[in-house]
Design a protein around this ligand. Structure first.
Ligand code: NDP
Ligand code: MG
Length: 384
C-alpha cells in the first residue's frame, strides 16, 4: 500500500538522506510535499525527481526565482514563508511528515502536523526542546506517533521495543565528544568555525555541527529524551563514547542494559522512524566488530563544555526557559559561524540570558514565541 509523505527541510542533510532512504528502500512511499529554503538548485533537482504536488521556499522572491529553474513537466504548487511551511505540514495529501528543519523554525510545523492528525518523524529536536510538553500532550490527544530520527533517541526507542511495561532505571545517552574532545581549554577558546565544522564521525548541517562542538547538541538531546521517554532528569546519564558505535542505551530495573549499535549512518534511524516496528532490508554498509574492536567511554567535561550544564539548568528552570536557551544558542551559533564571536561567547551569552530571564509557564505555542521575542531583544542589546 502506498504511503504519502511530506519532507520539510528536504534540501538539508537529514532531508537529502531521507530522500535517499525513500529512493533506495521504500518503493511504496510517495513524496507529495517538499520544502527548501535558500538552496533552489537542489530543490529544483528534487522536484524533477520526486514530482511533489506542493513545495515551500523562503519567501516571494525565492518563489519567483524558482520559476527560472527547470522543474520538469509536473509543476508543483509553490508556497512560501512560515505560513507556507505550516500549510505544507498540515495539508491533507501526506499522512507522515518528516520534520528535517533546523532550529526554532521547526516548532510551528511540528504542531501543525500533529494537530492535522499526522504521524511525525522528527529530526528537529529544537521542537521538543522548546515545547516538549505541548507536543507530547497534543500527540497523545490526537493519537499520532512522534518517532525520533535523532540517532540516540532512535537507539533508546529500539532498546525499548518489546519492553513495554518494564520500568526504565536509567537512559545512557552517548555523545561523540565532538571535534574538541581532546583539546585543552586555551586552544578551544581560540577555535574557529572552520575547526568546529570538522566533526569526527558525522557529516551534518552547520548548526548541529557547532552544537556538537559545544556539546549543546547533547544538552538539547538530554531535554529531547526527557519528553520522548517520560523519564526524570536524574534518570539520564550522558557518557562520551568517541567511536559513535553505541548510539545509546537503556538500563532496566533488573540492572540489564540494552544497547543499540551500528555504523554512524543517519539513514538507519530515518528508515526506522518511517517503518517501525518493521525492519526493512537495505544494502547500507554493515558493522564489522573486528575492525571496530575498541569501544571507550568517558565522563563529559562540563568545564570545557559549559553548554551541557546550561541545558540542564534550563530544563530545571522549566516553563519557557529552554525556549530562551534555544533561541539565544541559535543566534550565537549563527554569529560564531560568521566569525563575529568566539567559541566561549556562545555559552557566556546563554548563561547571561538564563540569569536575566524570569521564567513563564508554558501553556501554548504563543508562550514560546514570546520567550523567543524576549531572547531576540536581549541579543540585540548584548555587549560581548
Ligand atoms: P541542514 O542545515 O542541513 O538543513 C536544514 C533544512 O532546513 C534545509 O532544507 C534548509 O533549507 C531548511 N531551512 C533552514 N532554515 C530554515 C528556515 N528558517 N525556514 C525553513 N526552512 C529552513 O540541517 P540538518 O539536516 O543537519 O538538521 C536538521 C535537523 O535535524 C536539526 O534539528 C538537527 O538538530 C537534526 N539532526 C540532524 C542530524 C544530521 O545528521 N544532520 C542528526 C540528528 C539530528 P536550504 O538548505 O534550502 O536553505
Ligand atoms: Mg543525535
Amino acid at each position: 500500500m502506498a504511503v504519502d509523505i511530506a519532507v520539510l527541510g528536504a534540501t538539508g542533510s537529514i532531508g537529502t538522506q531521507t530522500l535517499d532512504v525513500v529512493r533506495q528502500c521504500l518503493p511504496n512511499v510517495r513524496v507529495r510535499v517538499l520544502t527548501g529554503y535558500g538552496n533552489l538548485p537542489k530543490l529544483a533537482e528534487l522536484i524533477r525527481e520526486f514530482k511533489p504536488d506542493m513545495v515551500c521556499v523562503k519567501d516571494e522572491g525565492t518563489t519567483r526565482e524558482l520559476e527560472g529553474f527547470n522543474l520538469g513537466p509536473n509543476r508543483p504548487e509553490v508556497v512560501s514563508g512560515d505560513d507556507g511551511l505550516v500549510h505544507c505540514a498540515a495539508e491533507n495529501r501526506s499522512s507522515i511528515v518528516v520534520n528535517a528543519l533546523t532550529g526554532k523554525a521547526g516548532l510551528a510545523p511540528t504542531l501543525a502536523a500533529i494537530r492535522a492528525g499526522k504521524d511525525i518523524a522528527l529530526a528537529n529536536k529544537e521542537s521538543l526542546v522548546t515545547a516538549g510538553a505541548l507536543i507530547m500532550t497534543e500527540a497523545k490527544k490526537k493519537g499520532v506517533r512522534v518517532t525520533p530520527i535523532d540517532s540516540e533517541h532512535s537507539a533508546i526507542w529500539q532498546c525499548l521495543q518489546g519492553n513495554e511495561g518494564n520500568e526504565i532505571e536509567k537512559i545512557i545517552l552517548t555523545a561523540s565528544g565532538g571535534p574538541f574532545r581532546t583539546w585543552p581549554f586555551e586552544q578551544i577558546e581560540n577555535a574557529t568555525a572552520k575547526d568546529a565544522l570538522k566533526h569526527p564521525n558525522w557529516f551534518m548541517g552547520p548548526k548541529i555541527t557547532i552544537d556538537s562542538a559545544t556539546l549543546m547538541n547533547k544538552g538539547l538531546e538530554y531535554i529531547e529524551a526527557l519528553w520522548l521517554f517520560g523519564v526524570k532528569p536524574e534518570q539520564v546519564e550522558i557518557v562520551v563514547h568517541p567511536q559513535s558505535i553505541i548510539h545509546s542505551m537503556v538500563q532496566f530495573t533488573d540492572g540489564s542494559v540494552m544497547a543499540q549499535m551500528g555504523l554512524p549512518d543517519m539513514r538507519l534511524p530515518i528508515l526506522y522512524a518511517l517503518t517501525a516496528p518493521k525492519r526493512v532490508r537495505n544494502d547500507f554498509p554493515r558493522m564489522d566488530f573486528l575492525s571496530h574492536n575498541t569501544l571507550t567511554f568517558e565522563k563529559p567535561d562540563e568545564e570545557r563544555f559549559p553548554c551541557l550544564a546550561l541545558a540542564k539548568k534550563a530544563i530545571t528552570m522549566g516553563g519557557t526557559a529552554p525556549a530562551v536557551m534555544n533561541a539565544v544558542n541559535e543566534w550565537a551559533v549563527g554569529q560564531f559561524l560568521q566569525g563575529k564571536i568566539k567559541f566561549y561567547d556562545i555559552s557566556a551569552i546563554i548563561n547571561h540570558a538564563l540569569k536575566e530571564y524570569t521564567v513563564k509557564p508554558l501553556n501554548r505555542a504563543d508562550d514560546v514565541w514570546e520567550a523567543e521575542k524576549w531572547a531576540g531583544e536581549l541579543v540585540e542589546t548584548c555587549q560581548l
